[in-house]
Design a protein around this ligand. Structure first.
Ligand code: HEC
Length: 164
C-alpha cells in the first residue's frame, strides 16, 4: 500500500468514527430531551393497533423467552427474579409489585401500565423512565413489540381487550 492510500484509509476511518460518535451523542441527547412517562401520556398509532390485531401470540412468547426471561418469568407468582414479576402488569401502577426493590425513577414515575405505556417503555426504556435500573435498551421494530405486548397481555388474571 502506498503512502497516499494509507492516508486515505486513515482519514476515512477517522470520518466513520466521528460520524458514529456524533450519532450516538445525538441519540443520548434525544433520550434526554424526549418525554418521560412521568410527564407524557403516549397514544398508540392506528398502524400499531393493526399490528397488535394480527400479531402471533406464540411468536410473542418465544420473543419473551429470548429477551426477557433471564430477568422476568412468565408465571403467576409472587416472587421476583432480577426484575419484578410481570403477572398482572397490565393495569398495575409502575413500580408497585410488592417485595421488589425498584429504582426511585420507576417508583416515582406515576403511570399505569397499559398497551400504550408498555409500548412506549419497551421502545426505549431509558427515555421512558430516565434512571430505570432495567438493563435492557429497547426494541426498535414495531412488529416485535406488538407480538411481545400481545403475549404480555395474556399474563393476566383477566387479559385486557386489545385497544380499539
Ligand atoms: C437484565 C434484566 C432485565 C431484562 C433482560 C428485562 N428486564 Fe424488565 N425489569 C428489570 C428490572 C431490574 C426492572 C425494575 C426497573 C426499575 O426499578 O427501574 C424491570 C422492570 C420492568 C417493567 C416494569 C414493571 C413494574 O412492576 O412496574 C416491565 C413492564 C418490564 N421490566 C418488562 C420487560 C420486558 C417485556 C422485557 C423483555 C423485552 C424485559 N423487561 C427485560 C430487569 C430486566
Amino acid at each position: 500500500m502506498n503512502n497516499i492510500m494509507k492516508k486515505c484509509c486513515l482519514s476515512s476511518l477517522f470520518l466513520i468514527l466521528s460520524c458514529y460518535m456524533m450519532a450516538s451523542l445525538a441519540l443520548e441527547q434525544e433520550d434526554k430531551n424526549q418525554a418521560s412517562l412521568a410527564n407524557y401520556n403516549p397514544v398508540l398509532s392506528a398502524d400499531f393497533k393493526a399490528l397488535l390485531r394480527t400479531a402471533d401470540v406464540a411468536a410473542g412468547e418465544e420473543f419473551f423467552m429470548r429477551k426477557c426471561s433471564s430477568c422476568h418469568d412468565e408465571y403467576k407468582s409472587t416472587t421476583h427474579g432480577k426484575g419484578p414479576n410481570l403477572w398482572n402488569v397490565f393495569g398495575r401502577k409502575a413500580g408497585t409489585s410488592e417485595g421488589f426493590a425498584y429504582s426511585d425513577a420507576m417508583r416515582q414515575s406515576g403511570h399505569t401500565w397499559n398497551f400504550a405505556t408498555l409500548n412506549y417503555y419497551l421502545t426505549r426504556t431509558e427515555r421512558a423512565v430516565p434512571g430505570r435500573i432495567m438493563n435492557f435498551r429497547g426494541i426498535r421494530q414495531d412488529k416485535y413489540r406488538a407480538k411481545l405486548l400481545l403475549f404480555l397481555s395474556t399474563m393476566n388474571d383477566v387479559p385486557p381487550a386489545l385497544p380499539e
